[in-house]
Design a protein around this ligand. Structure first.
Ligand code: HEC
Length: 136
């Protein structure tokens, strides 16, 4: 019986060693897998799409406007074209929708880039611009 104990211990050591090896391989393969890192406020394709999906779908134009744009566009702060003001918006519409979205996304004069919606995508800024244009 005493002879078997060392054999048992060696067998156990071998089994543990190879298991450990497998575990190391698993960990290093996970560490090597490509992970897309994306900082808040950057537009980063899929990572952003996943984040939006994770919080239950895209935000509505109205909620983006209310939280990100209304602070200035409701009352015309610093010369912001006012919500529902036809003449103020018509003058700007002459630039074309694409240009308005670009300017809202990148910022122009007193209009800060993306307004107060730092994590908005260009598409979300676009629907917020459309939301304002729809009221005139
Ligand atoms: C801190 C105040 C502020 C916030 C918040 C803000 N805006 Fe503006 N916005 C302005 C001002 C000021 C202008 C006028 C800029 C100019 O042409 O001098 C402006 C202009 C614009 C224009 C016209 C740009 C052009 O080319 O004529 C669009 C479109 C616009 N804002 C969209 C938005 C949207 C969409 C949001 C919310 C996501 C938003 N803004 C949030 C202040 C703001």
């Amino acid at each position: 019986m005493k002879k078997f104990i060392p054999i048992f211990v060696v067998t156990l050591a071998i089994v543990l060693f190879f298991n450990g090896k497998k575990y190391d391989d698993l960990v290093s393969s996970r560490l090597n897998s490509s992970i897309a890192v994306c900082l808040e406020g950057q537009s980063c394709g899929q990572a952003t799409a996943m984040k939006v999906a994770a919080v239950g779908g895209a935000r509505s134009a109205e909620s983006i406007y209310t939280t990100g744009c209304a602070a200035c566009h409701d009352g015309g702060v610093a010369g912001a074209p006012m919500m529902g003001n036809k003449s103020q918006w018509e003058a700007r519409q002459a630039k074309g929708y694409e240009m308005l979205v670009n300017n809202a996304y990148n910022g122009i004069n007193g209009m800060p880039a993306k307004g107060l919606c730092a994590d908005c995508t260009k598409e979300e800024i676009g629907i917020a611009v459309q939301y304002m244009l729809d009221t005139i």
